[in-house]
Design a protein around this ligand. Structure first.
Ligand code: HEC
Length: 422
């Protein structure tokens, strides 16, 4: 609150009425740029409504290295209509000022997009009065045909299974800054407030598109790309390679220790007899698996390996064909909730069991290549019985190492929840 500064009483005591009016006039004169309020003269002939500063345009959206001319106007001033320009709060850019007009130039590059910059015009006559223009610097292409502008952030992000990302949409040029959110394509889900959640599990990489549309003008929208990635871990022998070979090659009469002339593939050393480390295409293991005619393995009547399995073997050989165990699971414990057939069980069976339990003559007459085949042994107890080697069931897989405790626990949970085709 600005106050009239009253001269000490002693100063004007004894002066006449005209001297008192003179003091008022001096106070009025000195008020420029000071902390005084101008008292209206008794006759009310003039009064100050107070200084108002405004800037045009109030908001703008420009690209890095772009510029915008801002013009300030001051109303209600007594004698000085000029302003001082400044950039508020250490935000980037430069000003080239010419009186009440200034040219704001954005920095060449910005680390994150968008950056919001406030440019301030402050009255020289009353420095408590100012106005700010808010300038958005964005890497997004600027649509100059619309006054409403929308800046979406971030524009691209990479997430893994189970991760979330809050998107923000900043609408300028209209009082209604609301937006609607939509998941245009891809996996995952998007909340009404722009929170994207990646699916809880991912078997392969993909992309999702998130879109924000301005309520003020539904022709104004922006899209962001979510890259859903599966961590690219190097295949490891004990988890990824041995079970495939075990399942597809080591059944009785084939590549087992008692197999006679043919090489025993139940051990790393045996497998390496067919591998040229670092070179999958010249490794016999890979060429027979991808071959045709008589050289093809597994022999006709047996199910060929899937392309995913072939790619794993190729990568493992090209990475040096190491006898490596997998890094320990750091995800913390074994999550047996929400185990599904398509997301987990069928993959385990494909890796570990189908070499023997598929095709025209499956081992034990048990075909596990279809859901109904798996469902049958799940319901009659043979699946968990086999995996745990609980009599009367034989331990499965019959050769190699049993499945790890967590995998068995997850399959047991899926069976206990009804062995659904989910
Ligand atoms: C190397 C070949 C081979 C692999 C790999 C294999 N099995 Fe078997 N499985 C057999 C043979 C052979 C039998 C028949 C045993 C018998 O009855 O003499 C059998 C029988 C079974 C049975 C019938 C129950 C029993 O104890 O007789 C189930 C269930 C079964 N396997 C599940 C699996 C599952 C699940 C996997 C994968 C984790 C698997 N098997 C991997 C060869 C294999």
């Amino acid at each position: 609150m600005r106050r009239l500064r009253i001269a000490p009483k002693s100063l004007w005591r004894g002066y006449g009425h005209s001297a008192f009016l003179l003091l008022i006039a001096v106070a009025a004169f000195r008020s420029a740029g000071c902390d005084y309020r101008i008292l209206a003269p008794a006759n009310g002939s003039s009064s100050s409504a107070g200084i108002q500063v405004s800037i045009s345009p109030k908001t703008a959206t420009i690209a890095p290295a772009g510029s915008i001319t801002l013009t300030a106007s001051v109303t209600g001033f007594q004698h000085d209509s000029t302003v001082q320009w400044s950039i508020v709060g250490g935000t980037p850019g430069t000003l080239t000022t010419n009186g009440n007009t200034t040219l704001y130039v954005a920095p060449q590059t910005i680390a994150v997009s968008p950056v919001l910059v406030s440019v301030r015009a402050r009255s020289n006559e009353d420095t408590t009065r100012y106005a700010d223009a808010v300038i958005t610097i964005t890497k997004q292409p600027i649509d100059t045909t619309h006054k409403v502008a929308l800046v979406l952030s971030p524009l691209s992000i990479t997430l893994q299974a189970g991760q979330t990302q809050q998107f923000t949409a900043t609408v300028t040029g209209n009082a209604n800054t609301g937006v609607t959110w939509k998941l245009v394509s891809g996996l995952g889900s998007l909340s009404a407030t722009g929170q994207y959640s990646a699916p809880s599990s991912l078997s392969q990489g993909s992309t999702a598109i998130v879109k924000a549309t301005a309520l003020a003008d539904t022709t104004v929208s922006a899209q962001a790309t979510v890259t859903l990635s599966v961590p690219d871990t190097m295949p490891c022998f004990t988890r990824d390679i041995q079970p495939i070979i075990n399942s597809n090659c080591t059944m009785a009469g084939c590549h087992t220790s008692g197999g006679g002339e043919v090489r025993d593939l139940t051990t790393y050393a045996g497998i390496m007899g067919y591998v040229r480390s670092g070179n999958a295409s010249s490794s016999r293991l890979y060429s027979v698996l991808s071959g045709s005619g008589e050289n093809k393995m597994p022999p006709s009547g047996r199910t060929p390996l899937t392309s995913t399995q072939m790619n794993l073997i190729a990568r493992w050989i090209n990475d040096g064909a190491l006898n490596n165990a997998c890094p320990p699971d750091t995800s913390g414990g074994c999550d047996t909730t929400a185990v599904t057939y398509s997301g987990f069980v069928s993959g385990v069976i494909s890796t570990n069991c189908l070499g023997c339990h598929s095709g025209s003559n499956p081992s034990g007459s048990i075909n596990l290549s279809t859901y109904s085949g798996v469902q049958t042994v799940a319901k009659n107890g043979q699946l968990v019985g086999g995996l745990t080697g609980t009599p009367p069931n034989f331990l499965m897989p019959v050769t190699g190492t049993p499945l790890d405790a967590c995998t068995i626990a997850k399959i047991r949970a899926w069976v206990n929840h009804g062995a659904q085709n989910n």
